[in-house]
Design a protein around this ligand. Structure first.
Ligand SMILES: Cc1cc2nc3c(=O)[nH]c(=O)nc-3n(C[C@H](O)[C@H](O)[C@H](O)COP(=O)(O)O)c2cc1C
Length: 173
């Protein structure tokens, strides 16, 4: 798929079929994620692949939405604050940025494979940390529900993407 088509095809999927996502596919997604660039190449990401019923139930408690329950698999992407780069001039932690790029790789790869995803950040962090028994250095950045979309809309049938115009967000200097 061309990059232009991929970028148009990627969208937030909020309705999944129960069809199982096998380990080979998950490994392909993780492979795409780990090719991401990161500050000083520190790669401070940690991914929790959650397919067991008990853990999925706990994750759903951190983001209680009906649509979210339909996902057969969740990947929780975390930043390891003990491994992330902090800029010397102001100590800004770049872990979240690195994780966001890796998640973007994963999501684009999933799109290419016909697999639906959605960024979810509006979770209760305490419930999620508790569910995964996260070490204090691990900050959950996003939950990515993953599954085959239950409807088969694509760029041919979609509404145009609702985006600001280039003029609205660009200064030419
Ligand atoms: C950082 C981030 C956090 C998001 N958190 C949520 C969320 O908690 N729940 C949700 O339903 N969508 C969430 N989204 C999805 C956005 O609503 C969605 O990307 C946006 O409306 C554009 O639609 P599109 O992804 O279909 O192009 C999030 C997206 C990003 C990038």
């Amino acid at each position: 798929m061309s990059i232009d088509k991929l970028l148009l095809e990627r969208k937030s999927v909020r309705s999944f079929s129960p069809k199982h996502i096998n380990k080979k596919i998950i490994l392909e997604l993780l492979n795409a994620a780990h090719l991401a660039p990161s500050a000083v190449n520190y790669q401070p990401w940690r991914f929790f692949v959650c397919s067991a019923d008990e853990i999925k139930q706990r994750i759903r408690e951190s983001y209680p939405r009906k649509w979210f329950e339909s996902a057969p698999l969740y990947i929780v992407a975390c930043a390891d604050k003990s491994q992330s780069w902090k800029r010397a001039s102001d100590n800004k932690d770049h872990g979240n940025i690195d994780v966001a790029i890796a998640v973007t790789h994963l999501i684009l790869k999933a799109t290419e494979m016909g697999i639906g995803t959605c960024w979810v950040c509006n979770f209760d962090a305490n419930i999620l940390k508790d569910a995964l028994n996260l070490d204090n250095v691990l900050e959950p950045v996003a939950i990515i529900p993953i599954g085959y979309p239950s409807d088969n809309t694509s760029i041919e049938t979609e509404q145009p993407k609702n985006r600001k115009s280039i003029e609205e967000f660009t200064e030419w200097m």
